[in-house]
Ligand binder design. Structure first.
Ligand code: ZN
Length: 462
């Protein structure tokens, strides 16, 4: 079983479902489906599919709760995508048509789910939806039919070449993946109300933090060193000596080696790259002139990431993002004379994806990648290799059960210390507060925590 065929080191898919009631249309739920590679642990691939809801604004503990949908060996995929995934497809169709009944204060409510998004790293997604899984193919993009040779200098999305239901059906009928990029009809189209041309989005973690950032920083650092603004040793010294604070110390980037720069790939994790992107301007800003193209490239990259990784965006942010990506890609092509990579092509689709699905950070794979570790720990903890997927699945379900029974991760966004009721007239001297209060009851609390921010009397500490 080759890794390339099934998505390389880590394959991942995420499903976003819309929740709706018979009488009203309610909030959205994110359901990830993940494929884990436990190669190092059991010498075979284990692929795992999970469903997870995100039903509050802050992506805190809740998004770490995963509902296991399927867990199987990668060798099972020899039989094809449909034979592998049809139990999950059946479950998703059941959730869409029959739904589940939940108890509310107003009585039982029937909740239905609709599969809306499949997410993951690009190779894994291509394999999952039946498209070519090589970026050297003529048509490698799941979102459009831009030719490979045109993408090396493409600075913006070509809306005329986007995949849609009509040209996708034609591509399936053509049955020639070298001309269309489609190997087989996507099995997930059998899920009620889902179509692959409308339900696949990018992942900013893989596309930007593990893609564009590496490419850009290798160019920027090498050019700055060549021009004598700083040396690699001095840059590494500033990386080591920088005061990261208690929040970023766990994501402190490692030292950079010349061979990493030559290969165009730094040995940074996504979290380390996010930290490095944030502090890079502080590290070298006093040494590099403002009109230096490398500095301009960094600023464009940083501004792009600020939008892509923002938890919430304004309505016109997609236009700004489109302009930043266009300028960023133009600078690389015209000033640095480099051919753009497939990751740069994927980024040109982000403004449209942001308009359709909201802030990209809400469908990145960072949290789901973090799920690899506990599953590997479970696999490592058992010496038996007989039906290992069952062992891992059973332990995962027991852990989930314990978590749900203890309500861990389901706490209220607002917590406070012990409260004591105050007389209403005690607030009369604070007129604006008096105006805002809509209730007759007022309580005093020593501290309050809202979405992770703790306020203690007049001071606010993170
Ligand atoms: Zn494309």
């Amino acid at each position: 079983m080759s890794k390339a065929r099934f998505g390389g080191r880590k394959s991942l898919g995420i499903f976003q479902a819309k929740q709706y009631c018979p009488s009203k249309y309610t909030s959205m739920i994110l359901n990830p489906i993940m494929l884990w590679d436990l190669t190092r642990v059991i010498t075979k691939w284990v692929l795992c599919i999970t469903l997870s809801p995100i039903f509050r604004r802050s992506l805190g503990q809740v998004c770490k709760i995963f509902f296991l949908a399927a867990l199987f060996l990668s060798s099972d995929r020899n039989y094809g995508n449909y034979e592998t995934f049809y139990p999950v497809i059946g479950e998703l169709n059941f959730l869409a048509k029959e739904g589940i009944q939940i108890k509310t204060a107003d009585g039982p409510v029937q909740v239905h789910f609709a599969l809306a998004l499949i997410l993951g790293d690009n190779v894994g997604i291509n394999s999952l939806i039946g498209m070519v899984d090589s970026f050297r193919a003529h048509y490698f993009c799941t979102g459009c039919k831009e030719k490979n040779e045109n993408t090396i200098c493409q600075i913006e999305e070509n809306s005329a070449l986007l995949r849609n239901r009509v040209n996708y059906a034609e591509d399936v009928r053509t049955n020639n993946y070298s001309e269309t990029g489609v190997k087989e009809e996507c099995v997930w189209n059998r899920v009620y109300s889902f179509h692959v041309t409308e339900g696949v989005a990018g992942d900013p973690m893989h596309d930007h933090l593990e893609g564009v950032c590496h490419f850009d920083f290798c160019i920027i650092i090498q050019q700055c060193i060549a021009k004598g603004y700083f040396t690699l040793n001095s840059l590494n010294a500033t990386i080591i000596c920088f005061d990261y604070g208690c929040h970023d110390i766990g994501s402190r980037p490692p030292m950079i080696r010349q061979e990493h720069l030559d290969k165009g790939k730094l040995h940074f994790s996504a979290a380390e790259m996010m930290c490095f992107t944030t502090i890079f301007g502080l590290l070298i800003g006093d040494k590099v002139p403002e009109d230096e193209p490398g500095w301009r490239l960094y600023i464009l990259l940083k501004e792009t990431l600020d939008i892509v990784l923002a938890p919430s965006v304004l309505e016109g942010s997609s236009d700004l993002l489109e302009a930043l990506i266009r300028e960023h890609h133009s600078l690389l092509v015209e000033q640095f004379k480099v051919n753009l990579k497939p990751i740069h092509h994927f980024s040109v689709h982000y403004p449209r994806l942001m308009t359709q699905f909201g802030p990209p950070r809400h469908f990145w794979c960072m949290r789901y990648e973090g799920k690899h570790r506990p599953l590997k720990q479970i696999a490592n903890a058992t010496t038996s290799r007989r039906n290992l997927p069952y062992t891992v699945a059973l332990k995962h379900q027991l852990q989930l059960n314990a978590r749900l029974m203890s309500n861990k991760g389901l706490e209220s966004e607002v917590k406070s210390g012990p409260s004591s009721e105050l007389p209403r007239h005690s607030l009369n001297r604070v007129r604006h507060l008096n105006f805002l209060l809509k209730t007759d009851k007022v309580f005093h609390v020593p501290w309050v925590e809202i979405s992770g921010l703790v306020a203690v009397q007049m001071g606010v500490v993170p």
